[in-house]
Design a protein around this ligand. Structure first.
Ligand code: 4GT
Length: 246
C-alpha cells in the first residue's frame, strides 16, 4: 500500500501518522506514505492557493491549478494506478466494508480540502471517490483523511500484531464487540463476569458471541439487518431489540 496525502498542513498529518502503531509500521516499511503540500505547486506569484467564490458569498475557495498540478506530479511518482479520494461531507459515509476494499488497492491519493472547499472543476477532473466521515462539518479535510489512513493502514498485513486482533473486532463481522475486562477481578464492587475467569475457552467464546449480539441489538439495532446470525441468535437479538424499543 502506498498513500499520498495532499494537504496545506503537512506537519499536522505527519505528526499523527508517525506516532504509535502507524508510526511503527511506517518505520518497518510496511507501507509507503508521502505527504505533499499543494502550495508548493502554485504558479501564483504570491504563493496563493485560494480565491473568492464566483457569484459572491462568504469565505475562500481552493483554486484548481495547484491541486491539479500536485495530483498530476504525484501520480507520476509510481507506475501503479492511483485511486483519488476527496474527503468531503458530501461523500458517502465511510464504512468498515469500504475501508477493507480500499486496503486492498495498491495506491491511494487523498485530497484534503480547507476553507470553504475546492473549485468544483478540479474535483470533476481528478477525483474518483468522495468520502465523508459523518454528517457534520469541519474546518478542513485533514482529520477525516487521517482517520481514513488509520482505518486502512491497520488492515495492511503486519501492521497489527496478529490477524485475529482485527478479525473479531467491531464491524468486521457487522456486530459490535463484546465487553472487555482486565485486572483487578473486582473494582469498585464490580466483578468481572465469572465465565471469563473460568479458563473454559469454548464457554468464553460462546459468551462473547452472545454479548456481541446483545449489545448490537441494544445499542445499534440497525446493524443487525446486515449481520449474519444463527437462528438462536436471531431470537436473542429480537427479544433484546424489542426490550430496547419499549
Ligand atoms: C467535514 C468532513 C470533511 C469537512 C466530513 C472542504 C473544506 C471540506 C472544509 C472541509 N467537513 N471535510 N471531509 N464530515 N470540511 O468528512
Amino acid at each position: 500500500m502506498r498513500i499520498d496525502l495532499l494537504t496545506l498542513f503537512p506537519d499536522m498529518c505527519r505528526t499523527v501518522l508517525t506516532e504509535s502503531i502507524t508510526g511503527r509500521a511506517l518505520a518497518k516499511g510496511l507501507f509507503e506514505l508521502e505527504i505533499h503540500n499543494f502550495r508548493d505547486y502554485t504558479t501564483d506569484k504570491h504563493n496563493r492557493v485560494d480565491d473568492e467564490p464566483y457569484g459572491g458569498g462568504m469565505g475562500m475557495l481552493l483554486t484548481a491549478q495547484p491541486i491539479y498540478d500536485c495530483i498530476a506530479a504525484v501520480k507520476k511518482l509510481r507506475d501503479e494506478p492511483a485511486h483519488v479520494i476527496y474527503m468531503s461531507p458530501q461523500g458517502k459515509t465511510l464504512t468498515q466494508k469500504r475501508v477493507t476494499e480500499l486496503s486492498k488497492l495498491p495506491r491511494l491519493i487523498i485530497l484534503c480540502g480547507h476553507y470553504e472547499g475546492v473549485d468544483e472543476r478540479v474535483l470533476e477532473e481528478t477525483v474518483d471517490e468522495e468520502i465523508s466521515m459523518g454528517d457534520y462539518v469541519l474546518t478542513g479535510g485533514e482529520l477525516p483523511s487521517l482517520a481514513l489512513c488509520d482505518a486502512v493502514l491497520r488492515l495492511v498485513p503486519g501492521v497489527l500484531s496478529s490477524e485475529e486482533c482485527f478479525l473479531s473486532e467491531s464491524h468486521m463481522n457487522g456486530l459490535l464487540e463484546y465487553p472487555h475486562y482486565t485486572r483487578p477481578a473486582e473494582w469498585m464492587g464490580r466483578r468481572v463476569p465469572e465465565v471469563l475467569l473460568s479458563g473454559h475457552h469454548a464457554m468464553i467464546e460462546k459468551w462473547r458471541r452472545e454479548q456481541s449480539v446483545l449489545r448490537t441489538a441494544r445499542k445499534r439495532p440497525e446493524l443487525l439487518e446486515s449481520a449474519e446470525l444463527s437462528f438462536t441468535e436471531k431470537i436473542i437479538a429480537g427479544k433484546e431489540k424489542n426490550l430496547s424499543e419499549e
